[in-house]
Design a protein around this ligand. Structure first.
Ligand code: SF4
Length: 353
């Protein structure tokens, strides 16, 4: 590609080939993704990878962004025992909490009141009561605009349960076979994949993510895990870093930077060119580097959050809707897409308030 006059900075020919192909619409192979992740996050190569992913995503998604809102509706010591999560049963100090249906409806209305919320996410622990969840969906659905979808972020479920959720008005499900699933969690990766199939078979959108990324994960591990989203036809792909929680069993590994997370977002965005079903790319937690490296989605959050020790993340780590909207504007997006496909412009006046 090019080099500095003293020859100290040279972008390799392979990198040029991979990125040129991406600009022409052909995503990198699995091996190429490992290669793209092998560069240091501060290197010129990583900067170019992020820049190309940004250009590719803006063109693919028409420079439109998506706003999502998540409500953690209850917390208890979670049997999945994820070693990175504040709710894992082996180490949690988190109190049991349960929002009432009225509280959930009130928060849902708050998220949707701006008229530009693509989807409202309802999050539970790994175990959940399907009947209660269906009742919540039944109450929330008429309380929010038809242009806002409902998505669940819950434990594993089968085809029958997926069909009931779909029937109740649930449009999608966030589900992940996490990095080092069964090693850093008590869950079976095969059950995670069965749930992917149940989601797809029920006709729901499948939201996936490369998560929870820590400094100990190799490039190959990241690629093996993120590729599952592509194989299973994810509607949303994403990347999320593991947040450092001092009391969590994996705390000693530390935390990656937002810059490294953005490089992973970029590789996710480029790899997703191989997946026609992928409609948008998210970065968790929301940040501007990720939103200028291929991501076009942010989540606002309230209630419980696995990455937060506060009972209501909206007052702590979570971003509110106004903050999320402002971040999308600052990242250069010009419109927000709603759940019914309609759009609203994102301007300096629409982010006030
Ligand atoms: S990440 Fe989810 S499944 Fe794992 S312990 Fe936390 S709440 Fe449970």
């Amino acid at each position: 590609m090019f080099s500095s006059k003293d020859g100290s900075t040279v972008l390799p020919a392979r990198l040029g080939d991979v990125l040129a192909a991406a600009l022409d619409g052909t995503g990198p192979s699995r091996d190429d993704c490992v290669y793209l992740l092998s560069f240091a996050e501060t290197s010129p190569e990583a900067g170019v990878i992020r820049g190309v992913a940004d250009a590719v995503s803006r063109r693919r998604f028409n420079n439109e962004a998506i706003l999502l809102g998540q409500i953690g509706i209850e917390t208890f010591a979670c049997p999945a025992n994820c070693r990175f999560c504040v709710f894992g049963k082996g180490h949690t100090r988190f109190p049991e909490t349960r929002l009432t249906t009225e509280e959930i409806v009130g928060r849902a209305r708050g998220f949707a009141s701006g008229g530009d919320l693509y989807a409202l996410f309802l999050m539970t622990m790994h175990e959940f009561e399907l009947d209660r969840l269906l009742r919540v969906v039944e109450e929330v659905r008429p309380a929010i605009p038809a242009s806002t979808q409902i998505v669940v972020n819950i434990g594993d479920f089968d085809r029958r349960q997926a069909a009931e959720l779909r029937q109740a008005g649930v449009d999608g499900a966030y589900h992940v076979c996490r990095l080092r699933e069964r090693v850093d969690t008590d869950l079976d990766p095969e059950n995670r994949k069965k749930t992917f199939r149940a989601i797809r078979d029920a006709g729901m959108d499948f939201y996936y993510c490369c998560e929870p990324v820590g400094p100990e994960h190799s490039a190959q591990e990241l690629v093996d895990q993120l590729w599952l989203g592509i194989e299973f036809g994810c509607f949303q792909h994403a990347a999320m870093r593991r947040v450092y929680l001092p009391d969590a069993p994996l705390a000693h590994h530390g935390q990656i930077t937002e810059l490294r997370l953005a490089q992973i977002v970029a590789v996710v965005a480029l790899a997703s060119l191989a997946c026609p079903a992928t409609d948008n790319i998210a970065v968790h937690e929301p940040n501007l580097i990720g939103l200028t490296s291929g991501a076009n989605v942010v989540y606002a959050e309230t209630g419980a959050n696995p990455r937060d020790t506060a009972a209501d993340t909206a007052r702590h780590r979570g971003l509110d809707m106004a903050g999320a909207r402002r971040m999308l504007y600052e990242a250069g997006f010009t419109a927000v897409r709603r759940g019914d496909g309609s759009r609203t412009p994102l301007t300096h006046t629409s982010i006030q308030g």
